[in-house]
Design a protein around this ligand. Sequence first.
Ligand code: ZN
Length: 371
Amino acid sequence: MKIEDNRNESDENEEIRLDSRFLRYQMQSAAKYILPHNRVGICLRHQIEQYGNVDIFKHRETQRAFYGGLMVCGSVWVCPVCASKISERRRQELKTAFKAHLDTGGHCTMVTLTFSHSARDKLDDLLIALGKSMQSFSRGKRHDIFRREIGLVGKIRAFEITYGANGWHPHIHLLLMHSIGIGDPWDWVDMEERLYGLWEGACAKNGFATSREHGLKLHDAAEASTYIGKWGDLMDKRWGTDSEMTKANIKKGRSGSMTPFDMLRAVIEDGDLEYEDKYREYAKATKGKQQLVWSPGLKAKYLIEEKTDEEVAAEKVEAADLLGQLHWQEWKHIIKNNLRYQLLKEIEKSGYESALIKIGIRKSPPKMMDS
Ligand SMILES: [Zn+2]
């Protein structure tokens, strides 16, 4: 009996360790610790109303429990919990736009842009230079010719930041929606060459070098699914909740490239001071910057509502049932003992009432004599 119990417990631990929600809560706590004055510290901790109740809901479709009545920080850059929710929503928006564009005979091309950098460069400087180079790239006669040639309808720009042996590696993924196809392989090669020429000039103007090998890549995708897949991968990697989250991969990532959320894992697992500093630098450099930018009018064209990251992070769109409410003192106990994840997990496993008893915030009802 005892052995059986132990085995169950370790299975359960394994299950928890691999639960992406657990990882996100854990990483969010690490972000709170590293950034004591950042809003991430109040995210899903502070009640919206002081001394207000905390609602507990159950998602009808997934049967997952979640909290309501709590503040959220809405930061797609520093908060793994908000980033996950915001990215999911942005992915749906992209999917809607791609599909509508391709269904009307449109074409999509993705361009990845970066420049040379070294471990000595500060992220702040790199991001400013990348933004300026991007502006130079999209202006001027040569770009106008390119725009007309492909019948550019609109574009979506995403910033991605990783860290590796050569320091910070910020890059841009630019999604072009256009009405004229690029055509046969020769046109394709020619187009890439010309765009690289534009990019090289834009970087030089801002004091940066780039290389033909890494500076600019064109990615073709014949159908929307390939795109969504690519962008989905890109986003999953950012908050690191896919299979890459295993410890072995984090270790491997350190010699190759890591996402900022991988840094939080490194801090959690090894208490690595170097990554605390790096994460601070990253939070400061990305503050107020938009991760994903659609060109003007593009969202309206595909009837996609404009919503800020903060609005997306705060909204509750799922059909869900209210299971009950926790008194603010009960919530204080949950926060103090770091039980946010455990409570949700226990509710899903044994139901609302039993979970509160197991977690130790409510007492079990007195037993009937004849039961
Ligand atoms: Zn948050």
